[in-house]
Design a protein around this ligand. Structure first.
Ligand SMILES: [Zn+2]
Ligand SMILES: [Zn+2]
Length: 373
């Protein structure tokens, strides 16, 4: 009898662990589909050269097992075990509160990095918001990676948004609570094809949503907009894999390119050919690992994008907020600034919440992370 109870107890424990892991994987958006740069989605197959890593590197993902990568920055398994965990800072990240946002004048370009991939862009007299995540966690039902830097702008302080751009559906880019909290301030959503189904499912008016295909162009509120391809793997939980994209903007006075999440590929040179030179590049640089190189970029690749699109200025994003990879929290800006100096790239590294007027961007090169540790 006791043995039977013990066996039943073990079985129950195994089932609970499996169910727990299933929910965890679901929330973190595990997906093994690979999206190519031209926007087509193909299921992975064993041995395929373009197969996405399993598990994929996104909103969160499962950390690679030690020794899975030969990246010297990751150290050997023994070094990694002995090393202090610096995936989050020990100190507090300086964050500038964003409130009473004034409207940009025509001809002015200003960007405010709001942490991770959330960016407020003021251009051509209008306001655009990219991938806003103002929640404490990037996940569902309160489960997911917790932010380690403060939210700089609340929903209440969000100015009227003419265009809300959502690059893809991973939880660190598309946050239900944030979108629902600011929807009444948003005039128009620009999304890659397919994502409108998620938004209308949340009750957002379909008339406000403008789905686009990679390379498709349009003009909204006087701004030329092109959706750009991204090599990434979308998907939330058990939902189907969805398109991922970047966005190119021009108001006649300035051009801006936001990569979204992407592995490095020939599409960046094509984007450079079609839209370069770019005044300001907002490039994904953070939450990388050699094993995930098909869907995220290593710092060398992120900086290469600046050359590919002939960027006058570059701001690295996708760092400073959520731990989705095993590198030190400040490794992206450390490596990016070193590489940029060698490669002749003009890199700006504003603090989270600092409004950068493009005419003064050269003033935003402070290595503020060095004071945080
Ligand atoms: Zn992603
Ligand atoms: Zn991401």
């Amino acid at each position: 009898m006791n043995k039977r109870r013990l066996a039943l107890g073990i079985l129950l424990a195994v089932c609970l662990a499996a169910a727990g892991w299933g929910i965890f994987a679901l929330i973190r958006g595990n997906d093994t589909n690979q999206q190519s740069a031209n926007g087509t989605v193909a299921p992975t197959s064993a041995g395929a050269a373009t197969e996405a890593p399993t598990p994929t590197a996104e909103a969160g993902t499962v950390a690679p097992t030690p020794g899975e990568t030969d990246d010297p920055a990751q150290g050997s398994p023994t070094q990694a075990a002995a090393k202090t965990d610096r995936t989050k800072p020990a100190g507090t990240i300086p964050v500038t509160r964003v409130s009473n946002v004034s409207r940009a004048t025509e001809g002015e370009l200003a960007v405010t990095w709001l942490g991770h991939s959330s960016v407020l862009v003021q251009m051509g007299g209008i306001s655009l918001l990219f991938d806003p995540v103002f929640s404490e966690k990037a996940g569902l039902l309160g489960v997911g990676p917790k932010r380690f830097s403060e939210v700089p702008m609340s929903a209440e302080d969000t100015p009227p948004i003419d265009i809300l751009y959502l690059s893809h559906d991973h939880y660190d880019h598309l946050d239900y609570d944030t979108v629902m909290a600011i929807d009444d301030r948003v005039s128009c959503y620009v999304v890659p094809n397919g994502m409108e189904e998620i938004l209308t499912g949340w009750g957002i008016a379909s008339a406000k949503i403008h789905p686009m295909a990679p390379w498709e162009e349009t003009v909204i509120a006087g701004i030329r907009i092109a959706l750009t391809p991204a090599q990434h793997s979308g998907g939330r939980g058990l939902g189907k894999s969805t398109l991922c994209s970047g966005i190119f903007l021009s108001d006649g006075a300035h051009t801006l390119y936001y990569t979204g999440d992407s592995g490095y590929g020939a599409h960046f040179a094509q984007i450079g050919e079609s839209f370069g030179p770019v005044d300001l590049l907002l490039v994904e640089s953070g939450q990388y690992n050699e094993s995930w190189a098909t869907v995220h970029m290593m710092p060398e690749q992120s900086m290469q994008v600046a050359l590919d699109v002939k960027a006058a200025w570059t701001i690295p994003i996708h760092w400073g907020t959520f731990v989705l990879a095993m590198h030190d929290w400040d490794e992206p800006p450390v490596r990016d600034t070193e590489l940029a100096a060698k490669m002749g790239i003009q890199l700006a590294t504003p603090r989270i919440g600092q409004r950068v007027n493009y005419t003064e961007i050269a003033n935003y090169t402070e290595k503020w992370w060095e004071t945080v540790k």
